[in-house]
Ligand binder design. Sequence first.
Ligand code: PEP
Length: 256
Amino acid sequence: MSRRPIIAGNWKMHNNKAQAKELIEGILAGIKDLDADKMPEVVVAPTYTALWQVHDLIKNEPKIALSAQNVSQFAKGAYTGEISIDMLADFGVKFVIIGHSERRQMFNETDEAINEKAKAILDAGLIPIICCGETLEQREAGVTDSHIEGQITKALANLTADEVIKSVIAYEPIWAIGTGKSCDAVEANRTIGEIRKVVAKLYSQDVADKIRILYGGSVKPSTIVEQMAQPEIDGGLIGGASLEAESFVALVKGAM
Ligand code: PEP
């Protein structure tokens, strides 16, 4: 089963206009000569305020796609401060990250809202990157697999098999995010294998074999090759190491 890998950079709340321009131009220069047929799907997720500019700079470059970091579950209306999926589609966005642990923990994003966002994204023809992952306490208590099963089951509720095949899951152990302490590649592979079993139980083995599942959590140029060598890992969702063109391009090359 061949699944096209993804290297996705989550810029989080970094980069003003000038910084976003410098970073995307550095990435474009770094991937310019890479063989498109061997490249992973390269995705960048700037802040909302940088989306238009980044869209403008990459619109003629098929080697790179745009993601948003969040979206409202609502189509339109009196939702001050929110951004709808139509607005993102207008900006050439292809992917939307949902359920990131920072949004779950700091902004009270619930499993139900994540499921509604997934539906809104898929209905609009875009692709959700659905994040899941356990805390250190949950890992130490031995409840990692059951916790993730709950998150995935709720996130995918009422999605069709075709919608799930189009979606992307990112397994991001919370204790590995931004800590410099990556999850051991073999253990990340095992956990992602468990996520595939959940998808197989909910849908079918065929759907589980087709959905792309990324690993996220302190992925670095020094870890990517071992991570990509794992059969269940289809790429990375990367925070810190996506903020420098040189390291992000090294991650892209490490996934080739
Ligand atoms: C993330 O925020 O999704 C992430 C994985 O961050 P970092 O790579 O910095 O751990």
